[in-house]
Design a protein around this ligand. Structure first.
Ligand SMILES: [Zn+2]
Length: 211
């Protein structure tokens, strides 16, 4: 077998560790980069570093944002703050935005509850969600967790938490009544949101049902 120069095989190995890139694709990418102008490769390296350093979680909703500022949806004054869509990951919010038509805001949980994998309520951004609902006078919460067993369990848990807002244990807190909806079942069962096509997601949000 032809031995590759060590730096090139190192690059190929790093590329193949990325999701969706097998060894063959990594090899093609690595060799293609060798043929690019030096400044183009430099620009690519700069873009990688800039993203890694500057992109993080939106301080309000947990979607992707730059330099610690609010994300584009949170910063958009035309979004309806009374309508909140709860998703597992920022990728899910991106997928729903691609579907278009949703005028509310998002809240990223950072995963789904999973007793088997040791993911408990305190590991997710659930306390922040409940605080937001109080602060922003949310009227409807769309539970857009995945249609997987963990996603369903998370939706059920959140439903209990949201219903409890109507009967606060703390007598000083005003009771809150929020409409709870779930994405419509146009989605294949067990489906992950970020793999669904835009039209399916658009329709699932449009036809969401009380949960
Ligand atoms: Zn945000």
């Amino acid at each position: 077998m032809l031995a590759l120069p060590p730096v090139l095989s190192d690059l190929i190995q790093r590329l193949s560790s990325l999701p969706g890139i097998g060894p063959k694709a990594a090899e093609r990418l690595g060799l293609a980069l060798l043929r690019r102008d030096l400044h183009e490769v430099q620009a690519l390296a700069d873009a990688l570093l800039a993203c890694r350093e500057r992109v993080g979680d939106c301080p309000r909703c947990g979607c992707l944002s730059q330099d610690g500022e609010l994300c584009a949806v949170c910063a958009d004054g035309f979004r309806d703050g009374r309508l909140l869509c709860v998703v597992e990951t920022a990728l899910d919010a991106i997928a729903l935005e691609r579907g278009g038509g949703f005028k509310g805001r998002y809240h990223v949980l950072g995963g789904a509850l999973s007793p088997l994998r040791g993911v408990l309520p305190e590991d997710l951004r659930i306390a922040q969600l409940l605080a937001r609902i109080r602060e922003e006078s949310t009227q409807e919460v769309v539970l857009a967790t995945n249609a997987s067993p963990d996603g369903e369990a998370t939706a059920l848990y959140l439903k209990q938490e949201l219903l409890a807002l109507a009967q606060p244990e703390d007598a000083l807190q005003a009771p809150l009544f929020v409409r709870i909806t779930r994405l419509a079942r146009g989605l294949p069962s067990g489906a992950q949101l970020d793999y669904a096509d835009a039209a399916t997601l658009h329709s699932a949000l449009e036809h969401r049902t009380d949960f």
